[in-house]
Design a protein around this ligand. Structure first.
Ligand code: SF4
Length: 436
């Protein structure tokens, strides 16, 4: 991969910057008026912010020419004071990065930042895994909250409470919060008689009973594929079976399914848990699974269960859902050819975390990122091919933002690898339908 060199230019001194702040340019305006879009800015700002610096993004006005002909450069501008023009450090190459500081003391930081990003500039390929991003259950759950927010605005601003995160993604939660949704952990935070949405991960019958006791108006956004597992738990428990629920203890979905038949259910996390399993009747054992587990690992866990209890049986159809399975296959298709895998998703997103684990298991370095601001320059060193996927709860816009940010480091070739197509759709409950 080619490397960029660092050189100096001058920048407009009129743009005052408060002491201690660093300005990362998202646009460089040249003296002749032409502009260079610095689309790597979110990554540069994110890395500086994570290192504890106060960072803003904005336009940097250059006072002299010097950028390479295709309007791409990496520039750091350090001024001795906010009102005096100083040097601009530039890495002439195929990307654009600029950092401006108002204090001489921060100059080494700006120079180091530019240097580290300049080192990873050059042509790169992204293998874009497909399917990726929102699944049908997540779209349905978000649609329900959006529809209720619209309806409530029309009805004089009645609040829309949501128990737990509607889906496990920080950006989705921030967006819906900004639009008026009120997220709570438990129902005792919801005023009696209020409107509350149950999240895509489902709730136990105990939570439903509590909602009824508090006379709450419930709109249930539980994914139908989670509801299916709940129904299986009830059905097999009614037949007198023991239920081995394979999943992560403490995950909301597991808590909800467990709650359907707590006296008959035991939660196991992995094949290692089988040794200590003591069940009353080895001929009446049913295993169920969380919907978002790793397919291969779960197969091993089921094999260990059957080794211990040969008569254990599963449900009629797979509990691991289509979206989880499809994203894992899509990831595997890009991982083998990638030097690095990036998974867009939040830390509490089970299916996203599984994708990172799968890539690492295959021997490819992989990182879970909330968004492109979490990418670090050292991850990209000697990386010519990046595998990119988004978990089922990560918004599609984050993928586009990441592609745009990577393109700010040099020419980017994007190749989509489609392993299957999805057309699954779950209709929202009638109370949570949008007016079309
Ligand atoms: Fe439903 Fe699967 Fe999406 Fe979870 S990941 S919401 S179970 S479709």
């Amino acid at each position: 991969m080619s490397r960029s060199s660092v050189s100096r230019y001058a920048a407009d001194p009129s743009a005052a910057l408060p002491a201690g702040r660093m300005l990362v340019a998202d646009i460089l305006r040249r003296p002749d008026g032409r502009v260079l879009s610095c689309s790597a800015a979110p990554m540069v700002a994110g890395a500086l912010g994570a290192a504890g610096h106060q960072v803003v993004t904005g336009t940097v006005h250059l006072l002299e020419e010097g950028l390479d002909s295709d309007l791409r450069a990496a520039v750091a501008h350090a001024t001795a004071s906010a009102r005096r023009a100083g040097d601009v450090l530039g890495a002439e190459g195929s990307g654009g990065v600029a950092v401006v500081v108002a204090e001489a003391g921060l100059r080494p930081v700006a120079e180091a930042a530019v240097g580290s990003w300049a080192q990873v500039m050059g042509p790169r390929t992204v293998l874009l895994a497909s399917p990726r991003s929102f699944c049908a259950g997540v779209e349905r759950a978000i649609d329900v909250v959006e529809a209720l927010l619209e309806q409530q605005h029309g009805l004089g601003g009645r609040q829309v409470f949501v128990r737990k995160q509607i889906v496990h993604n920080t950006h989705v939660i921030a967006d819906l919060t900004e639009r008026g949704a009120v997220f709570v952990e438990e129902l005792d935070e919801v005023p009696p008689g209020a409107l509350v949405v149950f999240s895509a991960h489902g709730v136990s019958p105990q939570v439903r009973a509590e909602a009824a006791r508090r006379s709450l108006q419930v709109v249930d956004a539980t994914c139908p594929l989670v509801t299916k597992v709940h129904a299986e738990a009830r059905r097999y428990a009614e037949r007198g079976n023991s239920i081995v629920l394979i999943g992560h203890a403490g995950h909301e979905e597991v808590e909800g399914t467990y709650g359907e038949a707590p006296d008959a259910t035991v939660v196991v996390g992995s094949a290692w848990d089988m040794a200590g399993l003591d069940l009353p009747d080895p001929s009446k054992i049913t295993y169920l699974t969380q919907t978002t587990l790793a397919v291969d690992e779960t197969r091993e866990t089921i094999a260990a269960l059957k080794k211990r209890f040969p008569q254990a049986r599963g449900p009629g159809s797979e509990d691991i859902c289509y979206a989880t399975t499809n994203r894992q296959h899509a990831l595997q298709a890009v991982t083998a050819q990638a030097d690095l895998v990036l998974v867009l998703g939040s830390e509490n997103s089970s299916n996203s975390v599984r994708l990172v684990e799968l890539a690492r298991k295959a021997g490819t370095p992989a990182h879970l990122i909330e968004d492109c601001s979490r990418i670090r320059p050292d991850w990209l060193r000697d990386v010519a091919t990046v595998g990119l996927i988004a978990g089922a709860s990560a918004p599609p816009a984050l993928v586009q933002d990441t592609l745009s940010a990577l393109a700010g480091l040099g020419p980017l070739t994007v190749r989509e690898q489609i392993t299957t197509t999805e057309d699954t759709y779950f209709a929202p409950p009638s109370a949570g339908r949008k007016n079309r």
